[in-house]
Design a protein around this ligand. Sequence first.
Ligand code: PEP
Ligand code: MG
Length: 552
Amino acid sequence: MTILKGKGIFGGIVFGRIKFYKRKKQAVKRYKVENVEFEINRFKVAKKTATEQLQQLYKKALLEVGEANAMIFEIHKMMLEDLDYQESIIGIIESQNVNAEYAISVTAKHFSEMFSSMEDSYMKERAMDVKDVSNRLLDILLNCSNDSEVLDEPYIIVADDLVPSETVQIDKNKVIGFVTQKGSSNSHTAILARTMNIPAIVAVNQPINESIDGCMAILDGFSGEFFINPDSKTIDALRKKQQEKNEYFELLQSLKGKPNITKDGKRINIYANIRNSNDVSAALQNDAGGIGLFRSEFLYLENSNYPSEDEQFTVYKDVVEKMSGKRVIIRTLDIGADKKIDYFNLPEEENPAMGYRAIRICLRRPNIFKTQLRALYRASAFGKLSIMFPMIISVSEVLEIKKMIKEVKNELLFENLEYSDDVEIGIMIETPAAALISDELAKEVDFFSIGTNDLTQYTLAIDRQNESLTDIYDPHHKAILRLIKIAAENAHKNGIWIGICGELAADVSLTETFLSMGIDELSVSPFFILEIRKKVIESNITNLKENLLCNI
Ligand code: PEP
Ligand code: MG
């Protein structure tokens, strides 16, 4: 038996035979051509066919994995249309009198090197895409295809790497999981695997080659382990684990529709964190009581220019309507620090996490902020919408926001545009300053939501992005829990409710502590909702309360 270890990117245990997927090498030769025009035309015809294939793939992906994930094929189509890319290919054909295949492969190499050398991680990822789209052109010109190999066999696919177009073509009835030697947990391929519910492992720690083709194997997407030719002891152990996981999953499913109430009668709301309107279906499937954090900045991040008021209104309205009367908390634009957007032209800073970001940008660039507020208030006429503001540090910021809200409402009234008068206004408590003056802030807003990701970074002075400090980035630190407790007490003293929307909300080892503090809502990734419900239902905090809180 051989055990390979990698990063499990989607949980699930599957047993099956290995299909080693080897991309056919496109042997590109350079040869001189007599008729340059004919060669350019060959490229143009291949480009047309590739565009049609990508359109088909986009349609398939749209149905199976949603719009956000299908976008990758739109990006590929845009790459094909890119004038620099086309000019490079045609230029090589014309200047060297050579074949289209050679011109494409040289251009692909040149463009992918250029993308790889870029600082921006989004642009870096495009290196893979330009290779993918160029290989498609070469496949068409050389009349060879890899796709059928991915589709045909009902096996566990093992490959050096899979590009998104290969992943999305996987037929879930035939391919039960995949393992790749390369890849990261944030790659498009990983995101697609999660969305398609395919157990998968990436970045395995040993070289893999064709010799394992056809071997029996077990893929454990929970632990990231891949067992090749497993012995009977391992098979038994993994069958048992699989059964336990299935039973646990079924148990969680049986909790759908149940209220989130502890044994001693304490009720809590469990909401979902989302990035776009496609995520709403996962929230509803997992029985979210509402949306506790809609990170609206993704709307800006996914655009190449400022989204207009109407574009934003359409998305917010869509989410609010899909949630049919359940509370939807939309957080206003939270960019800066790690979330950079080119068209904002933000200055380079020494300490971006402590710099010009979130509400600081909005209050200094009122046109952008007011456009979003107008879209939000217009959407409020279609359901139960609440608005939340990130990175607050002072009461004066809240007063300034409220002044702008008033102006926006007056404008809408004047323009005869409908909005609700019942919009709750809340703030994120994600700076130590906000937690410590939460008694004053609570008098100005309707709710608090604690952003434990930033609260941890700012309280412990540890950059949340710094991989070398992850061992001391400790959201369980007493200082963080104490700040949460202070904010909860101040919220309740002033008659407002308080939730948590940072990652810590999903940590079931703290659910009882949060219940004891009187936290009213936990907002988490949809996948964790039922697990927290289970914990809440099993809890009895009356006897625990004193113990849990006395050490904080
Ligand atoms: C947080 O800081 O905890 C939070 C929820 O916001 P984000 O992770 O988007 O910064
Ligand atoms: Mg934050």
